[in-house]
Design a protein around this ligand. Structure first.
Ligand SMILES: NC(=O)c1ccc[n+]([C@@H]2O[C@H](COP(=O)([O-])OP(=O)(O)OC[C@H]3O[C@@H](n4cnc5c(N)ncnc54)[C@H](O)[C@@H]3O)[C@@H](O)[C@H]2O)c1
Ligand SMILES: O=C(O)[C@H](O)CO
Length: 386
């Protein structure tokens, strides 16, 4: 028998029971559910990561839908429990859903939602921040000041790299990778080399147009190139940012061999998922190459870091905060709640999950649709005509 889990309840007499495994920012997501006759239960347990047993206890015997987190293991056991409780909807409060067994969800007829679009710019901004912090050694320099070591300006003090005119490499030029590339190109006049399974046409057009603009103003134009292999990016780029999804093809995409192909003074940024990088190999590479720098938002065994990483001065580490702006986190909560609500109410799914602005406008009611259901096709869900 699972132990009881502490909860906060909104609209106790609501017809549909929706559980959120965590408190989420803002109140719009709660209001939208309550207005549509949902009883909302929010888990208030102190521990950060809930176990499968905790979530089974939360689901109980009657549950219409769950909003969950990327730290939870949504596999066969949980989807079976949700289905037994009458549930038909689950949404991750995240765009990435590598913690979810979508096949198992589909088997039990459970729709799986995610939250694309609302976090693109925020996440790209953190990748850009880490790129700047690493190239200009901001964290090291901050530590130096606080330690009282600064005793006057010196020509060699914390000399870093100028980004202008260097090459930025993007691996996974989807929504976030493309937004990051635009920031680095427009902001710092860097040239682009990217690798993706698909052509990033819009990004290419942007760089071409910006290059023409610079040329017309008498400046050196920026350039772009789509690499035919990932190794080309690793060999040519000065700053490399990783933005693919995590799946079998991207696990340890950056390993010992690939690290050795990168420039000795390159900067590597990871705001995708920790296991995209072999973190043990990375620690070794950082030790051997003191001028190589990394900016990491994600880790292979979160919340832990591999031994030695925390001691490396050439590593900047932050705790998975890439999407942590107020607007984005409130938007993610709204999209996740609307994914679950849409399925409960029998609404169709939104036709373009990359364009979710209509759901985020606080001044008008959201469309009667689920913003983004990743297994919509497999479940045969209708598509919104709005
Ligand atoms: N650190 C954070 O807080 C944070 C925030 C948001 C997203 N993310 C991560 O970023 C990922 C990307 O998000 P997105 O919205 O840009 O997704 P997206 O689907 O728009 O982009 C992912 C891109 O990766 C490419 N890709 C897939 N497999 C590849 C491979 N083997 N090699 C090269 N490219 C490959 C895809 O073709 C696609 O263009 C998410 O899945 C999530 O894991 C992390
Ligand atoms: O996938 C995601 O959305 C992030 O990791 C959290 O924002």
């Amino acid at each position: 028998m699972a132990k009881p889990v502490s909860i906060e309840v909104w609209n106790p007499n609501g017809k549909y029971r929706v559980v959120s495994t965590k408190s989420m920012p803002g109140t719009r997501w709660i209001n939208l559910l309550v207005q549509q006759d949902c009883r909302v239960e929010i888990c208030t347990e102190k521990k950060t990561i809930l176990s499968v047993e905790d979530i089974i206890a939360l689901i109980g015997t009657k549950c219409d839908g769950v909003i969950g987190q990327l730290t939870e293991d949504w596999g066969e056991t949980l989807f079976s429990a949700l289905s037994k409780a009458g549930g038909k909807a689950f949404s991750n409060m995240a765009v990435g859903y590598n913690n979810v067994d979508v096949e198992a969800a589909t088997k039990y007829g459970v729709a799986v939602g995610n939250t694309p679009g609302v976090l693109t710019e925020t996440t790209a901004e953190l990748a850009a921040s880490l790129s700047l912090a690493a190239s200009r050694r901001i964290v090291e320099a901050d530590g130096f000041m606080r330690a009282g070591l600064y005793d006057g300006w010196l020509p060699h003090l914390f000399v870093g790299n100028l980004l202008k005119g260097q090459t930025v490499g993007v691996i996974g030029a989807g929504r976030i990778g493309s937004a990051y590339a635009r920031m680095m190109i427009e902001g710092f006049k860097m040239n682009l080399i990217y690798y993706d399974l698909y052509q990033a046409t819009r990004l290419e057009k942007f760089v071409t147009a910006y290059g023409q603009f610079l040329k017309a103003s008498g400046e050196e134009p920026v350039t772009w190139r789509r690499a035919s292999s990932m190794d080309e990016v690793l060999q040519q780029a000065d700053v490399i940012s990783l933005h693919p999804i995590l799946d079998k093809t991207t696990y340890h995409l950056i390993n010992k061999e690939r690290l050795s192909k990168m420039k000795k003074e390159a900067i590597l940024i990871n705001c995708s998922r920790g296991p995209v990088v072999d973190e043990e190999a990375l620690v070794e590479h950082l030790k051997q190459n003191p001028m190589f720098r990394v900016g990491l938002d994600v880790f292979e065994d979160e919340p832990y870091m591999k031994p030695g990483l925390a001691d490396m001065k050439n590593a900047i580490v932050v705790p998975h905060i890439a999407s942590a702006s107020k607007w984005t986190r409130e938007g993610m909560a709204t999209l996740a709640a609307l994914n679950v609500l849409g399925k409960i109410k029998g609404y169709p799914t939104w036709s373009n999950p990359n364009q979710v602005e209509a759901f985020l406008d606080e001044n008008s009611p959201p469309p009667a649709a689920s913003p983004s259901i990743v297994n919509a096709k497999a479940l045969g869900l209708p598509v919104s005509k709005l």
